[in-house]
Design a binder for this molecule. Structure first.
Ligand code: 4AD
Ligand code: MG
Length: 434
């Protein structure tokens, strides 16, 4: 159909007022009064009001329009009409309506539904306005991630999902059969990204990662997307600088390109506007003091829980970097600070407003003997890591990197409550469907 257009072509003033156009989509909502039916058409790029006037279209076609049910698909032809009263400032004055498929008893009605019902109907829930906004913001976050690294000369190195060993601890490993042996789903692409950095200097991997998170929290998925840059010759402080520039770039890009979506989600964007480097940097022991001052009991040496992280971030108006965590609570590959041997050259970034950790990273252990010893201390099988140890055998250099969780980032930027809405089809301990 030659004059077929999309709704956003109209809202972006790409088509002159009065032009006859054809639109295809689904019924979002409907309202009628006497000789008029207002069809709210959505086509994936937006929603527009289509006004069907009985004397114009005739009784038969008016009857068709009047009976179109929520989420039915149809084609509409009519003239674009600028009208201040219409949502978005434009409506279509309809000359023709053709039903493509009538939907019967669409389960998600404009009334309130509980989260379990909506999650069971996730494949349909994605058709709702707030979900469109979240998915578009996710899209922009992912594009910003790629643009940032591509613009700085990083090379994308795709890392495997079937792996022979753990990266982030053995308690959250998903095990699967692999012909005559076992494989584990990747918890992180980092170890392979390190090999990539030794080959190409600065690299990133970006893909789905898997963790058998048995706790049911708002912050944990079993399948989530993570981007992990890795840079040869970077130390902990270079790593922090890269991470804060990166986060600033993502948030400022979303603010610029997704103002409408943030508005639909009623996000307080003043909080996001503050996300500018440099971020405050807090040593672990100082963070412990902040937690205690807030009234929470906390024993130094432990890892932070969600309330602890919230207490730390409450002190700042932008993301905060916590560094020098106790080595005992962190992964085997992290280098320790020679001046504080019980601390790892680690850093996490905590998002504001109680959203908690969104970035985790470190400088890596680059000494062969020390790394081998750590692998043994963590009860990991050294033979699964012989290739990884090679990176310390042939031209080992200081290097560092981090991982940013896409869903945690999207949840925070959108200001929503639960990670499950930040990914099209979430996977959690009790959720494998749809
Ligand atoms: O802190 P983590 O475990 O770090 C790593 O995996 C490192 N290998 C990264 C690196 O240095 N290359 O995870 C990094 C980030 C977290 O900060 C969080 O944003 C996200 O991944 N994340 C999760 N997101 C959703 N659900 C889960 N279960 C997550 N676990 C971690
Ligand atoms: Mg972490």
């Amino acid at each position: 159909m030659r004059n077929r257009v999309y709704i956003d072509n109209i809202f972006r003033h790409e088509i002159a007022d009065g032009t006859e156009v054809t639109l295809k989509g689904w019924l979002y909502n409907k309202r009628s009064s006497g000789k008029l039916v207002f069809l709210l058409l959505r086509d994936g790029t937006g929603t527009i009001q289509c006004t069907v006037y009985k004397p114009t279209v005739g009784d038969d076609m008016f009857g068709v329009a009047d009976k179109i049910a929520q989420e039915s698909s149809f084609t509409i032809t009519g003239n674009i009409h600028k009208d201040e009263r219409a949502p978005g400032g434009y409506e279509i004055q309809v000359s023709r309506v053709e039903l493509i498929h009538q939907a019967v008893d669409y389960p998600i009605t404009p009334k309130e539904h509980g989260p379990e019902f909506l999650m069971d109907n996730r494949h349909l829930w994605l058709r709702s306005k707030n979900q469109h906004a979240i998915m578009r913001i996710r899209h922009t976050v992912i594009k910003a991630i790629r643009d940032f690294f591509d613009g700085r000369g990083f090379t994308l190195v795709d890392t495997p999902i079937f792996t022979p060993a753990a990266c982030e601890g053995t308690t959250t490993l998903f095990e699967t059969e692999y012909f005559d042996s076992k494989a584990y789903l990747a918890q992180s692409g980092q170890l392979y990204a390190e090999a990539g950095a030794m080959a190409l200097g600065k690299v990133y991997c970006f893909g789905p990662t898997f963790r058998a998170e048995k706790s049911k929290t708002r912050r944990h998925l079993t399948e989530f997307w993570m981007v992990e840059p890795e840079v040869a010759f970077n130390d902990l402080y270079d790593n922090m600088e890269l991470a804060e520039d990166f986060l600033e770039y993502i948030v400022q890009t979303v603010l610029r390109e997704r103002a409408q979506e943030l508005n639909i989600l009623e996000r307080d964007t003043s909080k996001l506007a503050n996300v500018k480097a440099p971020f405050p940097r807090v040593h672990y022991e100082e963070a412990v003091k902040i937690i205690r001052e807030s009234g929470l009991p906390f024993e130094s040496g432990n890892d932070f829980g969600a309330p602890d992280e919230a207490a730390i971030s409450a002190k700042y108006d932008r993301p905060v970097i916590v560094h020098h965590y106790p080595a005992a609570v962190k992964a085997f590959y992290m280098k320790r600070d020679p001046n504080e041997p019980d601390k790892a050259l680690a850093m996490d970034i905590l998002a504001p407003e109680g959203y908690g950790e969104i970035v985790g990273g470190s400088q890596r252990e680059d000494d062969y003997d020390t790394l081998l010893q750590r692998i043994k201390e963590h009860d990991l099988p050294p033979e699964a890591f012989d290739w990884y140890l090679d990176l310390r055998r042939y031209g080992s250099v200081p290097h560092a990197g981090f991982g940013l969780g896409v869903e945690r980032t999207v949840t925070w930027i959108c200001g929503i409550q639960h990670l499950r809405e930040a990914i099209p089809f979430p996977r959690m301990i009790h959720r494998l469907k749809p």
